[in-house]
Design a protein around this ligand. Structure first.
Ligand code: ADP
Ligand code: MG
Length: 240
């Protein structure tokens, strides 16, 4: 579903991505971890075309992001993205947050968008909050709305960039539960997270990045069990 081949990216002289290659199969869940500044966010933004790259290629469901003929907005509509900061529209109600892109980008009718939005709010346990504004919800609730909003577009893959790292500790698990459920339902997911409990439960593979490079890309059980690169061990000893 996602194929990343030898991708490099520079900001001026600074190489932020250094020959990254990996692939995420349909229904696979891949967790990306690594120290701050290692290029995790940049890599994930490249996958949905939010950041250009100078070398290599990324394909999402067969569509090349390096191909100048690719319709990026159209591709992006099929790639769900959930950020650290929820980025909901503050002036819209929760349900209108879920409907907007369905109507404007996918051309769905107001009723169809609303039905879909309400079903997804129920799925993340927030049907009662539909008429509220994001500012009236807790951080954990807002992040669940953000996930529901991404799902409303029927994405072929979901990308997460540290979705729980801005949350108060007591709200982390309610968001992770939604992600676990999604993973168990077969969604293809690429998740930047340091929640290793989540990784152990649902990840098929774990990628470790350092200084723009993918240093490890291994099955999750192997990542947690076997001896690994010095740099990964050092990192894990700090977060576990
Ligand atoms: P991570 O998500 O792993 O913390 P990022 O992908 O956000 O890392 O950033 C990787 C590196 O690229 C960092 O050193 C960061 O300072 C740098 N960087 C990110 N965005 C820019 C930018 N727009 N211009 C220059 N450098 C950037
Ligand atoms: Mg980041």
């Amino acid at each position: 579903m996602i194929s990343i081949r030898n991708v490099s990216k520079w900001y001026g002289d600074f190489r932020v991505l250094d020959g990254c290659s990996t692939a995420v199969g349909k229904g696979e869940v891949v967790v990306v971890c690594g120290p701050s500044g290692s290029g995790k966010s940049t890599l994930i933004k490249c996958v949905n075309g939010l950041e250009p790259f100078q070398q290599g290629d990324i394909r999402v469901d067969g569509t090349s992001l390096a191909d100048p003929k690719t319709d990026l907005p159209r591709l992006r509509a099929r790639v769900g993205m959930v950020f650290q900061h929820f980025e909901l529209f503050p002036h819209l109600s929760v349900i209108d947050n879920l409907c907007l892109a369905q109507i404007k980008v996918l051309g769905r009718s107001r009723e169809a968008a609303r039905d879909k939005g309400m079903a997804l709010l129920a799925r993340v346990g927030l049907a009662e909050q539909a008429q509220k504004h994001p500012g009236q919800l807790s951080g954990g609730q807002q992040q669940r709305v953000a996930i529901a909003r991404a799902l409303a577009m029927d994405p072929v893959v979901m990308l997460f960039d540290e979705p729980t790292s801005a949350l108060d500790p007591e709200m982390v698990s309610e968001v992770l539960e939604v992600m676990v459920q999604l993973a168990q339902e077969g969604m293809t997911m690429m998740c930047v997270t340091h929640e290793m409990g989540f990784a152990r439960r649902v990840a098929d593979r774990v990628i470790f990045m350092d200084r723009g490079a993918i240093l490890e890309d291994v099955p999750a059980d192997q990542f947690f069990a076997a001896p690994r690169a010095e740099r990964t061990r050092e990192f894990l000893s700090k977060i576990l």
